[in-house]
Design a protein around this ligand. Structure first.
Ligand code: NDP
Length: 313
């Protein structure tokens, strides 16, 4: 059976940065790209906040560049999903979805997280054409315009206050009459004059125009759950902030995770509770969720893998 020194699971900025560092440290990393090669950035258009690109860069192009950089140093990038891992003994036995079994001396988990959406057909239609799950990524496109954020947690509150600095007006749509967000965030939302709270409100439909591949969102139909009254919001951007799901299904019961499923790493480290298994990027980060922070923890994980292998020959 093939034995790999450093197996990386997941191919977003965390995974490829880990691969660049691991390859340069001669760990001969193998990366399994997973269900969405390149990760969440491949679903965005322009990325303007990744350092080093003064003119911005397309999300898919950024991921291609990161991959090419990793491959240039000898990373073996493979199609496939890791289905199963035995974390009880090292080297860890791993099964790929095509049935291949292999052994890994260290593992870096960078499987990311998936933004949750409302599940409306019209929401799906306007993804990338007005519907977004990341204000930091896409808020800039709505300078001086009106937008809506849906959700009632810290993410929604944070996205709404972030957008309020850029756009003309933010409607914050929440299905209940009380925000779940922390007191400090609620205070910020309530004291931001260009945020209008829509309590007890559900989104019925996203509306807009379509011409060929071009889509332009121009409104959302919302309904008050208590009164049944419908209203059209004239907005150009619709931000969904109803939580993320970390992609950790296969690690359940094997690695420590919080109540939502984010992997728990040791302070100032990417080490999980199993020596030799590290976690980087959004799979262990519910606070920042940025490409650059994911890349930073990917770098940490590779350095920690190298040290671990040095100390555990
Ligand atoms: P949360 O799970 O905390 O909140 C999700 C929100 O979306 C809830 O208000 C929920 O409503 C609403 N929601 C869920 N599903 C739907 C749906 N189908 N339709 C309409 N509304 C829906 O997720 P967050 O991403 O906000 O936060 C996740 C974790 O990360 C939390 O622990 C949070 O504290 C933390 N976090 C911390 C930050 C910080 O400290 N700066 C920043 C961001 C996140 P309801 O309330 O009715 O359930």
């Amino acid at each position: 059976m093939e034995t790999i020194k450093c197996l990386i699971i997941g191919s977003g900025p965390a995974g490829y940065t880990a691969a660049i560092y691991a390859a340069r440290a001669d760990l001969k990393p193998v990366i399994y790209e997973g269900m969405q090669p390149g990760g969440q950035l491949t679903t965005t258009t322009e990325v303007d906040n990744f350092p080093g690109y003064p003119e911005g860069i397309d999300g898919p192009k950024l991921m291609e560049d990161l991959k090419n950089q990793a491959v240039r140093f000898g990373t073996d990038s493979r199609w496939g999903m890791v289905n199963h891992i035995d974390t009880t003994k090292r080297p860890f036995k791993v099964t790929i979805d095509d049935g291949t079994e292999l052994l890994a001396e260290t593992v870096i988990i960078s499987t990311g997280a998936t933004a949750k959406y409302l599940g409306l057909e019209s929401e799906e239609k306007f993804k990338g054409g007005g519907v977004s799950a990341c204000a930091t990524c896409d808020g800039f496109f709505y300078k001086g315009k009106d937008v809506a954020v849906v959700g009632g947690g810290d993410t929604a509150a944070e996205e709404a206050t972030y957008l309020a600095n850029i756009v003309r007006k933010v409607y914050l749509i929440h299905r209940r009459d009380e925000l779940r967000a922390s007191k400090a965030m609620v205070h910020r939302v309530m004291n931001t004059p260009n945020i209008e709270m829509l309590w007890d409100t559900e989104v019925k439909e996203i509306v807009g125009t379509e011409s060929g591949f071009m889509k332009a969102l121009n409104g959302a139909i919302v309904v008050n759950r208590k009164t049944g009254v419908e209203r059209k919001l004239d907005i150009e951007g619709f931000f969904v902030a109803i939580g993320h799901s970390p992609n950790t299904e296969i690690f359940k019961g094997k690695l420590d995770m919080d109540e939502v499923g984010y992997l728990i790493t040791k302070p100032d480290s990417t080490a999980t509770n199993v020596p030799g298994i590290f976690a980087a990027g959004d799979v262990q980060d519910k606070h920042y969720r940025q490409a650059i922070t994911a890349a930073g923890t990917g770098c940490m994980a590779a350095i920690e893998s190298e040290r671990f292998l040095g100390e555990n020959r």
